[in-house]
Design a protein around this ligand. Structure first.
Ligand code: 5GP
Length: 188
């Protein structure tokens, strides 16, 4: 996605350990117009695939997922990192966070992820694929069908995309970062 590539090169910063900082338009401050284009793009890519539900994980996945849901006229269910008291029965799994270097117990409402769902998973970043694996595990527990996954930014050098594609999943990434070596962002 040309607009996104330009923005990453203009505003993105490389941090230690293969982390791309895009805090000015995705992670700390958001650009709603950019998010709207992102949602539209995922909507086009997954049009006519029978998706019934978008799934994402809090917090940074929610914005692109909501915009995708808006364009596809579909509900967005999100995986939570803490179970609130108000939440009913949940499906649970563990996810390793690479940016925070810790494990999270995450959960999703049983009510909103069921065997009737055909799910499109959306997230901001694809790195090693741990967040995606967690969401796939929750979908498996719910016996929901996975139509595909969509990432705003895939860091191809960390292998999550390869792992998911090899496992047979459709993966669409709107920007592909092939290297962050020497403080330089290289895009495909
Ligand atoms: P994975 O689970 O694929 O290893 O990493 C994906 C998750 O970690 C995403 O949900 C995202 O929040 C976070 N993440 C991974 N890499 C980056 C990065 O380079 N920059 C930022 N801002 N977040 C990242």
């Amino acid at each position: 996605m040309e607009l996104l590539n330009k923005r990453i090169l203009q505003d993105g910063r490389c941090l230690e350990g293969g982390i791309l900082k895009v805090n000015s338009f995705i992670n700390e401050q958001m650009d709603p117009e950019m998010m709207s284009h992102i949602g539209q793009e995922f909507g086009k890519l997954y049009a006519n695939c029978g998706v019934t539900k978008i799934m994402t994980i809090e917090a940074s996945g929610i914005a692109p997922a909501i915009m995708t849901g808006l364009y596809m006229h579909l509900p967005v269910v999100f995986v939570k990192k803490k179970k609130p008291k108000t939440m009913g029965e949940t499906l649970n799994t563990t996810v390793h966070s690479f940016t925070k270097d810790r494990n999270y117990n995450v959960c999703v409402s049983k009510e909103f992820l069921t065997s009737k769902d055909k799910v499109l998973i959306i997230d901001d970043f694809l790195a090693y694929g741990n967040a995606a694996k967690g969401m796939l595990d929750l979908a498996r527990q719910a016996q929901a069908k996975i139509v595909g996954l969509g990432f705003v930014i895939e860091k191809t050098f960390q292998g999550g995309g390869e792992m998911l594609r090899k496992a047979g999943y459709r993966v669409e990434s709107l920007a592909e970062v092939t290297s962050l070596d020497d403080g330089k962002i290289t895009l495909k």
